[in-house]
Design a protein around this ligand. Structure first.
Ligand SMILES: Cc1cc2nc3c(=O)[nH]c(=O)nc-3n(C[C@H](O)[C@H](O)[C@H](O)COP(=O)(O)OP(=O)(O)OC[C@H]3O[C@@H](n4cnc5c(N)ncnc54)[C@H](O)[C@@H]3O)c2cc1C
Ligand code: SF4
Ligand code: SF4
Length: 554
């Protein structure tokens, strides 16, 4: 075992202090207090890089807190965090700018018949801010003795010749624009570890490197969506009318546009966040086909719909942000060929990094926490044989029901992508019975069609970015690279350079007729550009630790 006082070498290193990583660290430290566990996160403070809805299923979080913080129900912070429960569950279909129809009767009937989308029922779930949840779990982790280090970004995972992880490499601090060391340069250390837990969230940098280096495979291509979200402060009357226990999920307008073009997968969300704030968001599958589509435009249109407007009109946006969701489902979970493990040897993949989002209900938080519980238990039981960790972890994830749940939604997103939401959603009812089928990655489906509902005014990305409170040290090398500028010329001719339009932070600009990531310090770390550039021509790497958004209540 590693020396517990030297953090260049630890027993267990967790990359990512989101719900998955913190749940793993808490479980392990609670079950095996003598093991040194270090969690690193690129955010300046716990919760700063976490954005979600969020409706939280209670089972796994109760299991975690009952085990690690027995008296948590008496704790004031926990009482505030878990004070809102869903008592009114609206699923609406928005037809045009004014009409809306409840889909709850159909969903309840589907639930009674155990049909996939019958899972879209949220009564008695908690309504939480993931930034606050993560902040709270960080406190629990520290209380049980976990070493939590924020502002530390990992850029690579190191393997030995057998494919076993030996540690991770942190990002250098203090390089100039040109990459040359400045006087305050500090080289990124290598943190060695006996076991590595990858819990970086969606499209994890180290996770994807590990999948490639260790030869893991996905049976189907990973697919993504982007969620753009604002917290809006409204009047007492508007909030009272919305109520503190209501959640709204809306399909249709403005992204289902069957009459005037191909529909997009996704929809709007509205959740009460307390203190007269309503979270309003728009989630859109990255397989949209319109070259000029910006998800923020769809969010604006959603806010103008008669149903939504009554609650948020005249309100003040107090926070904003964007993040991707992994949507490929069961067949997109990365596995090791010979063992089927979700990881390999002493390395395991958790939460959104593994793709544990159930697309029947667009929820991943409970599975992220469940996977953390499984990882903590697996490490405890395999401390003397960490080469068997990934297999044991996968067994426990299965035992916890995460994979069964993922199986219920297998093929869902692929069916919708292949046939479009209109035909694909009803067809997805039979998705579980269909054989596995793959579809092209999101970036390949761009066309030269126009999004006809684009608002007249461009979305104000500067204000949105300010609401995410995002910041990076300006002088560092850009963490975004365009691989082949010649492809941008072709992209300009075919699609008018969509990265400039869809990046929610306005990072890309034309400078002297060349597209550049001109404002990398505005980046929200959503990674959409890496997955939606139609020429697969953008790479996102992790910037210096501590940079990026500073979400407080997202
Ligand atoms: C708009 C939106 C709405 C959603 N709504 C819901 C909902 O209502 N209910 C639900 O259950 N789920 C919802 N989800 C999904 C849910 O948020 C995720 O499933 C969940 O956050 C996954 O947790 P995680 O710990 O795996 O990842 P994350 O929460 O993404 O945490 C990953 C952490 O890793 C850190 N990190 C990443 N890379 C590095 C690195 N290289 N070095 C150091 N640190 C790193 C990040 O800073 C971050 O803190 C929603 C998601 C979105 C985007
Ligand atoms: S980076 Fe990608 S999306 Fe942007 S102009 Fe170049 S090819 Fe097009
Ligand atoms: S540059 Fe890329 S990762 Fe950053 S905010 Fe824009 S789309 Fe997201």
């Amino acid at each position: 075992m590693a020396d517990s006082t030297n953090y260049n070498k630890v027993s267990v290193l967790v990359v990512g202090a989101g719900p998955a990583g913190l749940s793993a660290a808490i479980t392990l430290k609670k079950q095996s207090p003598g093991t040194d566990v270090c969690v690193i996160d690129k955010a300046a403070e716990p919760g700063n890089h976490n954005l979600s809805g969020a409706v939280l299923e209670p089972g796994p979080i109760h299991e975690l807190l009952d085990m690690a913080a027995g008296d948590w129900r008496e704790d004031e912070e926990a009482q505030k965090l878990f004070s809102r429960k869903v008592d009114k569950d609206d699923v609406l279909f928005l037809a045009g700018k004014k009409a809306s129809f409840s889909m709850m009767p159909a969903i309840k009937a589907a639930k009674a018949c155990k049909i996939g989308f019958g899972q879209m029922v949220h009564e008695d779930d908690y309504i939480v801010s993931i930034s606050s949840l993560t902040g709270y779990l960080a406190g629990v982790a520290k209380n049980v003795g976990v070493e939590l280090m924020t502002g530390f970004a990992a850029e690579d995972i190191l393997l030995d010749s057998t494919g076993k992880a030996t540690g991770v490499k942190l990002v250098d601090q203090g390089r100039g624009h040109d990459g040359e060391p400045l006087p305050n340069f500090v080289p990124g250390e290598v943190v060695e570890a006996d076991a590595v837990v990858l819990a970086e969230g969606c499209d994890g940098l180290l996770t994807e490197k590990f999948i490639e280096k260790a030869g893991l495979k996905r049976e189907a291509t990973q697919l993504y969506s982007i969620g753009v979200k604002e917290n809006i402060k409204v009047t007492d009357e508007q909030y009272a009318k919305f109520t503190d226990g209501r959640v709204v999920h809306a399909m249709g307008y403005p992204i289902w546009t069957p009459v005037i073009g191909p529909a997009m997968f996704g929809g709007g969300i509205m959740y009460p966040m307390g203190d007269n704030k309503i979270a309003v968001g728009m989630i859109v599958g990255l397989d949209w086909k319109y070259y000029d589509f910006n998800p923020q435009d769809a969010l604006e249109r959603f806010k103008e719909h008669k149903f939504v407007k009554q609650f948020v009109d005249g309100g003040t946006v107090v926070e904003g942000g964007a993040k991707m969701i992994p949507e490929g489902g069961y067949f997109a979970i990365p596995r090791e060929g010979s063992t089927d493990a979700i990881g390999k040897a002493n390395t395991v993949i958790l939460g959104d990094s593994a793709g544990f989002v159930n697309m029947n209900k667009i929820k991943g938080l409970h599975n992220a926490i469940s996977s953390g519980l499984a990882a903590g238990k697996a490490i405890t039981s395999k401390l003397g044989a960490l080469d068997e960790l990934a297999v044991e972890y996968t067994r426990l994830v299965e035992e916890a029901g995460v994979l069964d749940e993922m199986r219920t939604a297998k093929n869902f997103r692929q069916t919708v992508a292949k046939f479009g939401p209109l035909q694909g959603m009803p067809f997805s009812v039979f998705g579980g019975m269909l054989p596995k089928f793959d579809i092209e990655p999101d970036y390949e489906v761009m066309t030269s069609m126009e999004y006809r509902l684009r608002p007249d005014m461009d979305f104000d990305k500067d204000t949105f970015t300010a609401m995410a409170d995002t910041e990076h040290r300006e002088e560092q090398p850009s963490h975004l690279s365009i691989l082949d500028p010649a492809k941008c010329d072709e992209c300009g001719r075919k699609f008018e350079r969509p990265c400039i339009t869809f990046c929610p932070a306005g990072v890309y600009e034309m400078i002297h007729d060349v597209v550049k990531p001109a404002n990398p310090s505005n980046c929200l770390h959503c990674k959409t550009c890496q997955r939606k550039c139609p020429f697969d021509n953008i790479r996102w790497t992790v910037p210096e630790g501590g940079g990026g958004p500073r979400y407080k209540t997202m």
